[in-house]
Design a protein around this ligand. Sequence first.
Ligand SMILES: Cc1cc2nc3c(=O)[nH]c(=O)nc-3n(C[C@H](O)[C@H](O)[C@H](O)COP(=O)(O)O)c2cc1C
Length: 225
Amino acid sequence: MTELETLEAVLHRRHSCRAFRPDPVPDDVIARITLAAGRAPSWCNAQPWQVIVTRRAETDRFRARLYATATAQSSQPDLDWPKRYDGVYQDRRRACGFQLYDAVGIAKGDRVASMQQMLENYRLFGAPHVALVTSEADLGTYGVMDCGGFIALWTIAATAAGVASVPQAAVAAFAPLLRAEFGIPAHRHILCAIAFGYADTAAPVNQFRTDRAALTDVLTMVGDA
Ligand SMILES: Cc1cc2nc3c(=O)[nH]c(=O)nc-3n(C[C@H](O)[C@H](O)[C@H](O)COP(=O)(O)O)c2cc1C
């Protein structure tokens, strides 16, 4: 196998996991994943990412607070939410939503069941850990871009370590709670959470895989071949 083939195998195995076993991930594995993700490039090598990870008992305590807040209060994210998903973005958003609902047997238009599934975000999908990723506010959009690379690498390194994960903007929506719970200062923007642990591979919600756009929709080559 070439190095690229090895990497492609990991990239294709990675997916967003939404049901976990309760057993925790050892601290040294979490450290190794985080160090590997820190190899991400960043503008001026600023490395604006910082990560707060809860161990299992703390995750359970936080999960209860998060669920109570999310079901009682309106969201207040640090970053602007996407303005809209139009055209192809709307199509892709719908397609992955329907895949999720199909996997768990939610009929199209069943708003109660889809709301319940959405609220699973605030149970962290049963994960034994959550990582909260923050960036330095002064670094602005490029700091967020750097952290996006870090988050992607974190999930890929986790996959290579046998650890399943799901990035969650839904959790970052409750920034004031996260700030108060974990002492996150105002100059750190809360970008997203990553719930992680070992996958419950038999859970229906983990049985689908999302599609990707065709290469022709992504890549434009310029100049003579
Ligand atoms: C920044 C970011 C935020 C996300 N937020 C959520 C979320 O709040 N809840 C959720 O279930 N999935 C969330 N996801 C996962 C996406 O839905 C998922 O990556 C996408 O559908 C592609 O599927 P895959 O990760 O299985 O390949 C998020 C992903 C990213 C990168």
